[in-house]
Every structure is written in C-alpha cells, then in structure tokens.
Design a protein around this ligand. Structure first.
Ligand SMILES: Nc1nc2c(c(=O)[nH]1)N[C@H]1C(S)=C(S)[C@@H](COP(=O)(O)OP(=O)(O)OC[C@H]3O[C@@H](n4cnc5c(N)ncnc54)[C@H](O)[C@@H]3O)O[C@H]1N2
Ligand code: MOO
Length: 469
C-alpha cells in the first residue's frame, strides 16, 4: 500500500468511487449475445484481440504513467508471454473436458460405418407387398443372405441393412397380414410406398475415413467426447492443463468467522480456484501466506507450477512484498501496472525457472480484474485454447468513463440482452460482481446508452469452453 506507483496519474480512487456511485442497481436477467467481430471492429480492438499494437482510439492519445500499459496491450502481452504446454494422448473421458485438441480430429472410420435403418420397421426389397421373414436387430452382423425382390425383414433403428434391401418402411406405415402362405407386409393407406433409399442411413453420410471433423485447438466439450467416441477414438491428444498455484497473501486475512479487530475474511481463496479451473487450469495448490518476504521468496523459488497467481502485496505499502521479492528472484516484469480500473497495480512476471507469475491486487474486485486481464489470456495460451469471439451487448445507460483507464464494470443482461451496470462495484466490493452476468469493458471516456460494448464472462461456474472474452 501507499506506493508511489500511481502518483501523478489523472483520475483516482475518489473519482472512481464517485463514478461507481452513479451506476444503477439491477437484477440478474438473460444473457447477452455474441458479437460477430470484423478485423477492425472496435470491440476486437478494445479486447486486445488484434495482434498489432492498435489500441482503442481513445487510448492512443492517453498519457500513461511510466511502465503502465493499456488494458488491451496487457491482455496481448499475457497471451503472447505464455507458451503452449506439451500435448499428451489421454483416455477419452470427463478428465479431458475443457482441454484443447493438440491435433485435428480426423475420422478413423466412415460414419455411419455401414448402411443401416433410420427407423424401426421393415427393410424391403423392390415394390410391395412383401413376403416377411425374420428380423435384424441393432448390433447384429450384416445378414449373409441378400433380401430377394418382394421380400421384407423386420428391422430395428440402427440395424445393418441386409444386402438387397432398397428401402425401409417405418412401422407406423405398414401392416402385416397373416395368410396361409405366411406373413405379408403391406403399405398402410394413405401412406405412399417408400421411395428407393427411404429411411436408410448410408455409410459415410456424416464423414469419410480421414475427414477432418474438428481442427487442432478445438476445446473438448461433452459433444466433442461424443463425436470422438462415435468416430472410433479411445484417447485424444490434448494440450495439458496449466498447473496453477495460488498464493493468497495477507496477515489480516481470516479463513472463517466474522471479520473482527482489523481482520477481514479472505474472499479470494474461496473464489479463485473454481474460477481458474473453469478457465482450464489445474489448480494444484492454494496457500495463504503471511506478509513475509522470505516466505514468499521460498514459495516462488520452489514452485513447480506453470503459472503462479498471487493476491495482495502488489502496491508499495510496508508489507507489499511482491515487487521486491520478484526483483530478488531476478524475475522479468512483463506487465507492471495496467491502465484499468479496478486493478491497476496488477503485474505479470516471468520467473527465472520459467513459470509466469500473475500478481493480482488484494482488493477483491481488482483481483477479478486481474484474472480477466492477465490470467485468462495466459491460461488460454498455455492450454492452447482459441481466443474467444468478443461478446457484446448494448449498454442500457451512459456509463461514465475514467479519463485515462479502461473500466471493467459488473453488468447484468436485461430482457432485451442489454447490459445494465450494477451498483456496489468499488474495488473492495464483490456485491455487484456476485449479481453480475459479466464485466463490461468501458473504454476511457465512457460508454453511451445503446452503444455495443464488449462484455467479459464472469459466470465462472460455466466450464472453460463456455467462457468468453
Ligand atoms: N499509495 C497507494 N496506495 C494504493 C495504491 C496506489 O496506487 N498508491 N493502489 C491501491 C489499489 S488500486 C489497490 S487495488 C491496492 C492494491 O494493494 P495490494 O495488492 O498491495 O493489496 P493489499 O494491500 O495486500 O490489500 C489491499 C486491500 O485488499 C484487502 N485484501 C487483500 N487480500 C484479500 C483477500 N484475499 N480477501 C479479501 N480482501 C483482501 C486488504 O485487506 C486490503 O484492504 O492498493 C491500493 N493502495
Ligand atoms: O482500486 Mo484498485 O483499482 O485496483 O482496487
């Protein structure tokens, strides 16, 4: 705390709080909509999706304090700082949900693998009526004997079509009469006789052996597991999940009971692991550390994670040890302050042993800003996930901007899927965020009612493959 880091920058916490107070309170409502961004779409630029150094027009003219980078630039740096992790073949199952395919998914077989019936009914050969004999069930081998013209066989949905069958008559369109010379199948009026090929699922309709079903980088969803199983896979080659260690710093933090005697409950320990897991991380450890430089130094020096996330201690107060410890370790600072409210003291560093470190500010909403700004892009890059399409919604009302910084403002979507800003969104508050559908990205200068605005997903109970921004 009380660091000189932000001295001299226009706008400040008092201004932020006044702005926050101007925002309206609203209740949760349906989701917004995904934008279809073009390369020069201001949304894309505002979100930092462009590889070039273009910033939001309003941000290009803004003077920044030394070292502070714009919010889109911080996201780009985080994305490019992280290198994709190794790939491994892992068994097809829930354990790989949310991981990215390291290779394209190609069909190991034709799909369907054989001609089969699309309906319960009768496989028929030629025009009717048909002499009925036997039945074929799903799972049985293809009958050796061909179906002769004028014959039919009972068939179940999915059963292999007997050779010689020309169509399938669905059960509700036919009737069987028992005559002295056996069972005869007729088309039931007023239904027409089946056209050749009717109700037959042809081999290879969905894909041919070797066809690309999904590109490398596609995220394993439940549907992808199903498709891969259908296409003959027992394992998939996926990019490993980033191993993340969370270090929650602060002597003042309590892990149970009421806040008391200058001490507050740790709000980040209960929040971050599931959030980061939803973003694709394998959270290997969460530790609460005392405000002690040697303890932090030892923890960072020994870390085997791909990404270390610290909370608190990023500013310049007497027990804010993150910067000095990073310097002692010889870490390379990639981001040291971001022009975003809340969360401007956030940082990103590369530790000498390789892992990245995201230093999130201690104020809880500022820490969430750090998750959205630095941690989410870094995790995506490590895990080989694609950059999601920006999610956009019009604002229900004017939203005051910070003069210099991007603002991240908790919003809910109303019945028209417009983003309504919430109250109680100060950096130390979670009340607004907890009711929010997402965080609107308000560029310097503010947002106007009706203006399409990027909204970052904060519904972190949704799995990684559903999180936007
Ligand atoms: N002189 C200045 N002081 C501060 C500045 C500044 O620019 N100049 N920036 C302010 C901003 S903005 C933020 S954000 C904080 C960042 O501080 P730290 O990252 O050093 O965090 P702490 O000082 O450790 O804690 C800040 C605040 O948050 C509470 N906290 C910390 N961890 C948790 C937790 N896990 N759960 C709930 N609350 C937590 C802590 O008790 C403090 O109240 O610095 C400002 N100061
Ligand atoms: O105000 Mo600080 O913006 O990061 O909490």
């Amino acid at each position: 705390m009380n660091g000189p880091r932000d001295r001299g920058r226009p706008g400040g916490d008092a201004a932020d709080r006044a702005l926050d107070d101007a925002l309206a309170l609203a209740n949760a409502a349906p989701r917004g909509r995904a934008a279809r961004p073009g390369a020069n779409d201001p949304l894309v630029v505002a979100l930092g999706h462009e590889p070039a150094a273009g910033a939001h027009p309003a941000q290009q003219t803004v003077p920044h304090a030394k070292d502070t980078v714009s919010w889109p630039e911080a996201r780009r740096i985080a994305r490019h700082a992280a290198r994709r992790l190794e790939a491994r073949a892992l068994p097809l199952g829930e354990d790989i949900l949310g991981m990215a395919l390291a290779q394209s998914l190609t069909a190991l077989t034709d799909l369907p693998a054989f001609d089969s019936s699309a309906m319960d009914g009768w496989a028929v050969a030629g025009p009717g009526p048909w002499r009925l004999r036997g039945q074929v069930l799903a799972g049985q081998r293809r009958p050796a004997d061909p179906l002769l013209g004028g014959h039919a066989v009972r068939i179940a949905t999915g059963a292999v079509l007997p050779p010689g069958a020309t169509a399938v008559l669905r059960s509700e369109h036919g009737s069987v009469r028992n005559l002295t010379d056996g069972e005869w199948l007729h088309v039931l009026a007023p239904h027409p006789a089946p056209d050749p090929g009717q109700e037959i699922r042809r081999r290879g309709q969905e894909c041919r052996h070797g066809d690309e079903l999904l590109p490398a980088g596609a995220v394993v969803t439940p549907a992808v597991l199903g498709l891969a199983a259908a296409a003959g896979y027992d394992e998939l080659t996926v990019t490993m999940r980033p191993r993340v260690e969370i270090l929650v710093l602060g002597d003042e933090l309590l892990d149970h009971g009421l806040p008391r005697a200058g001490r507050v409950r740790d709000a980040l320990g209960p929040m971050l692991p599931s959030w980061l897991r939803a973003l694709g991380a394998d959270v290997t450890d969460l530790r609460r550390l005392r405000d002690d430089a040697d303890t932090l130094h030892a923890a960072l020096a020994a870390s085997g994670a791909d990404l270390v996330v610290t909370t608190g201690g990023t500013a310049g107060g007497p027990v804010d040890h993150v910067h000095p410890v990073l310097a002692r370790l010889g870490a390379r600072l990639l981001v040291d302050g971001v022009a975003v409210r809340p969360g401007h003291p956030m940082l990103l560093a590369e530790l000498p042993s390789g892992p990245l470190l995201a230093g999130l500010p201690g104020n809880p909403l500022a820490a969430v800003s750090g998750v959205l700004t630095l941690v989410a892009p870094a995790l995506r890059a490590l895990a080989g996930h694609p950059v999601p399409a920006p999610y956009a919604a019009p604002l229900t009302t004017d939203v005051p901007g910070h003069p210099v910084d991007t603002r991240l403002v908790p919003v809910v979507f109303d019945d028209e899927s417009a983003a309504r800003p919430l109250h109680f969104t100060g950096p130390a508050m979670l009340r607004g965020l907890a009711a929010a559908d997402g965080m609107a990205v308000i560029p310097p200068g503010g947002g106007r009612a009706g203006q399409e605005t990027a909204v970052l997903d904060t519904g972190a109970l949704a799995p990684a493959w559903g999180s936007g921004g």
